[in-house]
Design a protein around this ligand. Structure first.
Ligand code: ADP
Ligand code: F6P
Length: 319
């Protein structure tokens, strides 16, 4: 019996379950059996696998996290372990694997493809920091969660005439900060991609005070950090009482939004079609709102320019 494997790897992201469901259902309908590999590449090496039948992926499209569990497997960077994984795949009779994760997971998928197991990568991370794609599974849910949390912070900042400095996730990428900052009307958005001067944001705050603006939100990307320090400096220089909040892992959880469910389903379906044609060593991506695929190594070498225009808009309409 032909079998397709599916695993989730690296940080979890809402919508990974929807992708697993899509892969499973698309593969079953093409006559494959489906093997769920638990805890990323670790599960492949340790033999932690389960059969995924049609009802095993019921009732997960709406759930956050990953029911396959996930892990970061450092051993997988070593070729010996890749070969061990290849032997496991042969035992399992896998014609290919769909790997849902980030750049690191794709490197593993490229290695495993090279060892003879066709792999397809699906971009799954809240950070949207994968260069070959304009969209990653989990990004929309994380941004909406952050936006809702900041709306709540605004209620209390407004009531006390305070400044709320909020740190959002994104590792070294400012995509969440930029979009969320715009969506909550932040007076300042601080991301690693664009040089900033805190004094410029402070000057903006002072000007806005003159037009009776009495509470403020500053969104800081995780890659910049130091939200406590920023809040302290704002208080010292403006006299405005300031509080720092690090939103943290709450942004990784929760039911996926419609967009994450739809994109995850499209990408999962697309991945199975590639494997079914005998194609491996590809990453599925979104370009100009269309689902496309790239060679993994080429995808990893791509660059994604930051959205400078959105940054400009966020700055120019908030004062
Ligand atoms: P995250 O960004 O959440 O850490 P990634 O998908 O980038 O997730 O990385 C997760 C996993 O990818 C790593 O723990 C490891 O299993 C695998 N990985 C990372 N780098 C490599 C590499 N150079 N070669 C093979 N596998 C790798
Ligand atoms: O890549 C997703 C992400 O949540 C980043 O935004 C963050 O830097 C990182 O993972 C945190 O990872 P963890 O807490 O899982 O080690």
């Amino acid at each position: 019996m032909k079998r397709i494997g599916v695993l989730t790897s690296g940080g979890d992201a809402p919508g990974m379950n929807a992708a697993v469901r899509a892969v499973t259902r698309a593969a079953l309908s093409k006559g494959y059996e489906v093997v769920g590999i638990q805890r990323g590449y670790n599960g492949l090496l340790n033999g932690e696998t389960i059969n995924l039948g049609v009802r095993d992926v019921s009732n997960i499209i709406q759930r956050g996290g990953t029911t396959l569990y996930t892990a970061r497997c450092l051993e997988f960077k070593e070729w010996d372990y890749v070969l061990k994984a290849k032997a496991r795949c042969d035992e399992l009779n896998l014609v290919g694997i769909v790997v849902i994760g980030g750049d690191g997971s794709f490197r593993g998928a490229a290695d495993l493809s090279k060892a003879g197991v066709p792999c397809i990568g699906l971009p799954g991370t809240i950070d949207n920091d994968i260069s070959c794609t304009e969209y990653t599974i989990g990004y929309d849910t994380a941004m909406n969660t952050a936006m809702e949390m900041i709306d709540k912070l605004r209620d209390t900042a407004m009531s006390h005439d305070r400044c709320s400095v909020v740190e959002v996730m994104g590792r070294n990428a400012g995509w969440i900060a930029l979009n969320v900052g715009l969506a909550v009307g932040a007076i300042g958005v601080i991301t690693p991609e664009v040089p900033y001067k805190l004094d410029d944001i402070i000057a903006k705050m002072e000007n806005s005070k003159k037009t009776m603006k009495q509470h403020f939100i500053v969104v800081v990307s995780e890659g910049i950090g130091n939200s406590e320090g920023i809040a302290k400096e704002i208080k010292e220089k403006t006299g405005i009482e300031s509080r720092a909040t690090i939103l943290g892992h709450v942004q990784r959880g929760g039911n996926p939004t419609l967009r994450d469910r739809v994109v995850a389903s499209e990408m999962g379906y697309y991945a199975v079609n590639l494997l079914d044609k005998g194609i491996g060593n590809r990453v599925v991506a979104m370009q100009d709102h269309k689902i496309v695929d790239f060679d993994i190594k080429e995808a990893l070498a791509m660059q994604k320019p930051f959205d400078e225009n959105l940054y400009k808009i966020a700055n120019e309409i908030s004062f």
